[in-house]
Design a protein around this ligand. Structure first.
Ligand SMILES: [Zn+2]
Length: 498
């Protein structure tokens, strides 16, 4: 490849000719590159899962139509990731007039400084090159964002020093939007933007001009505007000014993963599980399923606020915490392997409770209790998936004739394995989980514990903090699940089984 042109004269003679590039807008550029990728059969949004048949075709249509668009969705639905992914449809590099604050196109400069410079220097005007990452600007809308932040302000010092008229554009201190010229400007949570700023945005989209402090300023910016919003906020009356809504070409709904499998793929990609250390690390598949199922349970639970949703960050940070809990146990008990167990999912409750908002009923119950119930339900559902038609009567019977299993907190996997092996009929079912007798003790104990937790989730056996697992109906005078904090008391429940 020949070196990139360094001045306007070189640029004119290069493949970036005036004919081709003087009037090629960002949205045209995105369209052309998108079409090229599709012709080649390339992945359009690598790393985005579960949207191939829904969101991706709609975004593709919006880009082909050269529309500004908005993604409407609840938190943790990969909206920001998708918008950042648009960068992949930009040219690798584009020429700009060197030093221009608003990335002026060398053939059609907007700002007066650049026009004056070209008039003075002609073909010697220096050219700089912008990479695609530099052409993406993102802003979280909040009510205190001002016109000055977003669009610009008149700089009175500049004006006074130059002896210029205040409405002369050389006195403008540019805001974020003009600085995104020739790129993509993303505004997250659009409804939080004050009406006045929305009017400003609309004027720029529609007329290419704007008033700053009452002075009209011409700004025919070349930019793709993309937005995100919570659907309820967006449709609420009076939140978005009608003419702005009218200018947004497409409204595209995002969604949570449709299946546990899709959710697991996202979580697997995003969660930090490649831990360094001397021990072998393993998260059994059923643990990954349980963690994902917790999010699915939460999204359906009436006690959880559906308007704010349950972010995909819930299973992601939970899985990270699950693994950390397993690491902690392995180090304390000097186990040779780090293998996650159901107990680690309970230990990961602190990474769940901030990821959902509760309805009144849920608040009364408390976030920790809700999380515990969600885990128990998730364990039950996952257990049924593996063991729908399996007869666990012998295991239940072992408890009914008085068997109990209590494990000290820092027991090693080998110690726990020895105890678990006493339970008749339990280990023959481990193969359903792909676990064999020659497998590491930590893997076998995790699988056996999953079965006991599953039986407890289905109320076939009991479990309490003091006694561990025991037979259903053989309760000591213990009115409620002792994993829950005592009524009125602030005591944190100790867990016996981890
Ligand atoms: Zn300029």
């Amino acid at each position: 490849m020949s070196p990139l042109p360094k001045n306007l004269g070189e640029l004119r003679k290069s493949t970036w000719s005036e004919d081709c590039y003087a009037h090629r807008t960002v949205r045209q550029e995105l369209r052309e590159n998108l079409l090229r990728k599709m012709e080649k059969g390339e992945a359009l949004f690598p790393g985005v899962h579960g949207y191939d048949d829904t969101v991706v075709p709609q975004i593709t249509n919006a880009l082909l139509s050269r529309h500004h668009f908005i993604l409407l969705g609840l938190r943790g639905q990969a909206k920001s990731r998708i918008l950042r992914g648009l960068v992949g449809f930009l040219d690798a590099q584009v020429p700009v007039i060197a030093g221009c604050e608003i990335n002026d196109n060398p053939y059609t400069p907007l700002c007066r400084a650049c026009r004056e410079r070209i008039a003075a220097d002609g073909d010697a005007t220096p050219i700089a090159w912008l990479g695609r990452e530099q052409r993406y600007v993102e802003k979280l809308a909040t009510p205190d964002v001002t016109i000055a932040d977003m669009i610009g302000d008149i700089d009175p010092i500049k004006a006074a020093r130059g002896g210029r008229n205040i409405s002369d554009e050389l006195t403008i201190h540019y805001g974020l939007l003009p600085r995104a010229n020739r790129g993509i400007f993303a505004i997250n949570e659009l409804p939080d933007l004050a009406g006045k700023i929305q009017v400003g945005l609309f004027n720029i989209m529609q007329e290419g001009d704007i008033q700053i402090k009452g002075y009209p300023v011409r700004m025919a910016l070349d930019v793709l505007l993309v937005f995100t919003a919570n659907p309820e906020d967006y449709t609420a009356r009076g939140k978005i000014i009608t003419p702005l809504k009218d200018r947004i070409g497409s409204e595209i709904r995002t969604h949570y993963p449709a299946t546990v499998g899709e959710g697991m793929a996202i979580t697997k990609q995003e969660a930090w599980t490649a831990r360094e250390g001397k021990r072998r690390v393993e998260i059994p598949e059923y643990i990954r399923e349980i963690v994902e199922e917790v999010a699915f349970q939460a999204r359906e639970d009436k006690r959880v606020d559906r308007r704010s949703g349950v972010s995909q960050r819930l299973p992601i940070s939970t899985l990270e915490n699950v693994l950390s809990s397993a690491e902690q146990r392995a180090v304390r008990s000097k186990d040779s392997a780090v293998v996650a167990r159901v107990a680690d999912v309970y230990a990961a409750i602190p990474s769940m409770t901030g990821k959902f908002e509760l309805e009144y009923e849920g608040e009364m119950r408390g976030a920790d209790n809700i999380a515990r119930e969600l885990i128990r339900a998730a364990v039950g559902k996952t257990f049924t998936k593996y063991f729908a038609n399996v007869n666990f009567q012998p295991v239940v019977q072992w408890f009914e004739i008085g068997g109990e299993l209590k494990v000290e907190a820092n027991a090693s996997s080998a110690e726990l394995l020895a105890q678990l092996k006493k339970i008749q009929g339990l280990f023959e079912h481990l193969e359903t989980l792909g676990v064999k007798e020659k497998d590491d003790a930590a893997i076998q104990t995790s699988a056996a514990e999953f079965i006991l937790e599953g039986l407890w989730a289905h109320k076939r056996i009991s479990r309490s903090e003091e006694r561990g697992f025991f037979a259903e109906g053989r309760k000591t005078p213990e009115p409620r699940d002792p994993r829950e904090p005592a009524q009125g008391g602030g005591r944190m429940p100790r867990r016996q089984f981890n």
